[in-house]
Design a protein around this ligand. Structure first.
Ligand code: ADP
Ligand code: MG
Length: 245
């Protein structure tokens, strides 16, 4: 199998004014990797994902997608985002569109698919996340868990190579966390390449094959989940993980 990296983050730094938020971030994502990014609030996790999704411009370093730096000029952000999709904590669904339309819009505008093909794809992925019965609903009529499942279907409908998740369950009532995590577990089991910022340590431990622990804008420690969770090398990692016991 082709195991060439999909994403290579190299010496990535990001500052907002004088405030350095990311420093010399380095890691690699290969096909089928599920990478969990953990760390305290303010450690730079969202900024890292936003850089990878081209929502922020890195101050230094490279983000290589199939070997090509995407941080420079000459890359069409919409086209790139159709390959590297993102699911947000706050869903970011279009409130004026129904569920089906939410899942068709990007396919129509960015992929330029015809109406019937976009509709068929949308229905396929809505079915995959258990939301096919709600095609006509508006986001406000849905629970948080349902909205997030629609957001996942919308991202999947673009058939991206990588999906980025920024705390996809943090805005949910506790009883809805499970339905979203189970969709994500199924995606991972199906071979989807995923980069997941999460405070769900059971998910990070059980589902991912790579864990990145961030503290104050640097990768403090990374490795296989067994190593990071069972035998952390850094005192800061131990201290962070002890809060979840
Ligand atoms: P996390 O997702 O780990 O909680 P963030 O990436 O959101 O961390 O934030 C890291 C730091 O960067 C925080 O100190 C935050 O205030 C700062 N930050 C994030 N976005 C901006 C911005 N657009 N302008 C200025 N500071 C920002
Ligand atoms: Mg964040």
């Amino acid at each position: 199998m082709d195991n060439q990296p999909i994403l290579e983050i190299r010496h990535l730094s990001k500052s907002f004014g004088k405030h350095q938020v990311l420093r010399d971030i380095d890691f690699t994502v290969r096909p089928g990797d599920v990478t969990s990014i953990i760390g305290s609030s303010g450690s730079g996790k969202s900024t890292l994902l936003r850089c990878i999704n081209l929502l922020e411009t890195p101050s230094q370093g490279e983000i290589r997608f199939h070997g090509r730096d995407v941080a420079g000029r000459g890359v069409n952000p919409s086209a790139y985002r159709s390959r590297v999709g993102m699911v947000f904590q706050s869903f970011n669904l279009f409130s004026n569109l129904n569920v089906l339309e939410n899942c068709m819009l990007g396919q129509r505008k960015v992929l330029r698919l015809g109406r019937e093909e976009a509709r068929a794809r949308a229905l396929r992925y809505l079915d995959q996340v258990g939301m096919a019965p709600y095609v006509d609903a508006r986001p406000r009529q849905l629970s948080g868990g349902q909205r997030q499942r629609v957001a996942i279907a919308r991202a999947l409908a673009m058939e991206p190579e990588v999906l980025l998740f920024d705390e996809p369950t943090s805005a949910l009532d506790p009883e809805m966390v499970g339905e979203v995590l189970s969709v994500m577990r199924e995606l991972a089991a199906g071979g989807m390449t995923m980069l997941v910022v999460t405070h769900e340590m059971a998910f990070a431990r059980d589902v991912s094959n790579q864990v990145v622990f961030m503290a104050d804008g640097v990768i403090c420690e990374s490795g296989a989940p067994e190593q990071v969770f069972s035998n952390p090398r850094q005192a800061r990692t131990r201290e962070f993980l002890s809060r979840f016991l």
